[in-house]
Ligand binder design. Structure first.
Ligand SMILES: CNC(=O)c1cccc(C)c1Nc1nc(N2CCN(c3ccccc3Cl)CC2)nc(N2CSC[C@H]2C(=O)NC)n1
Length: 185
């Protein structure tokens, strides 16, 4: 299972690299990694398991964060009421093919499992995106996401291109945003 010791931190060059596009069929090793990344997210969101293994909670994990420079990220965004997740899949070779002009940012800022410090500020992203990706079986998907799930997917896609959330923060005006941009709780 993946634990925090498998997650690389700032300073490791893999975090700042362009990840390699996956080719299909994925190797057994790459399929196993996808499974392990999703399992990490599930474990990290379970208070008992997270406590037992000292896991930081996350809703997304990209392969470069476990030192695998491959365009693959697992996303598990739970719903508030404990029903079906808002979004759950491992996205391979993801591409944002269109997006809203309107921006959005998490009101509390963003955290990252690979960044062991608080970096305050609005991370302004697209509020709505149309995302094309492949699942681990090579099936192509084209989906529209908005608000929190859209923000999480953009955070994970950034990882595949060596971008970290605080690259988007305007450090002179960290909590300033355009009038029409949304602040998401
Ligand atoms: C600095 N302020 C903050 O971090 C911050 C502070 C307050 C609120 C938010 C909303 C913040 N922001 C933020 N909170 C999260 N979580 C909230 C708690 N949650 C969770 C926790 C426990 C069980 C189950 C779950 Cl689900 C896990 C996810 N996740 C992200 N990000 C940025 S996009 C990728 C995603 C990620 O997985 N990061 C590790 N940002």
């Amino acid at each position: 299972m993946i634990t925090m010791k498998n997650i690389i931190r700032e300073g490791n060059n893999t975090l700042r690299s362009e990840a390699k596009k996956a080719t299909f069929p994925l190797s057994d090793e790459q399929r196993q990694l996808a499974h392990d990344m999703m399992e990490f997210l599930e474990n990290s969101q379970d208070p008992k398991i997270a406590e037992k293994y000292q896991l930081r909670a996350g809703v997304g994990l990209a392969a470069p964060q476990v030192d695998v420079s491959l365009q693959m990220a697992s996303v598990l965004v739970p719903s508030a009421d404990g029903e079906a997740p808002l979004f759950k899949d491992t996205i391979v070779n993801p591409v944002i093919i269109s997006h809203s002009v309107q921006g959005a940012a998490l009101s509390e800022g963003e955290g990252c499992l690979s960044v062991d410090r608080d970096v305050p500020g609005y991370v302004v992203r697209h509020d709505r995106i149309t995302l094309r990706y492949y699942d681990v079986d090579g099936n192509q998907h084209k989906i529209r996401l908005k608000n929190y799930p859209a923000i999480v997917c953009q955070h994970e896609i950034d990882h595949l291109h060596g971008v970290l959330f605080y690259d988007h923060i305007d450090h002179d005006h960290p909590f300033t945003m355009e009038n029409e941009d949304l602040v998401i709780d």
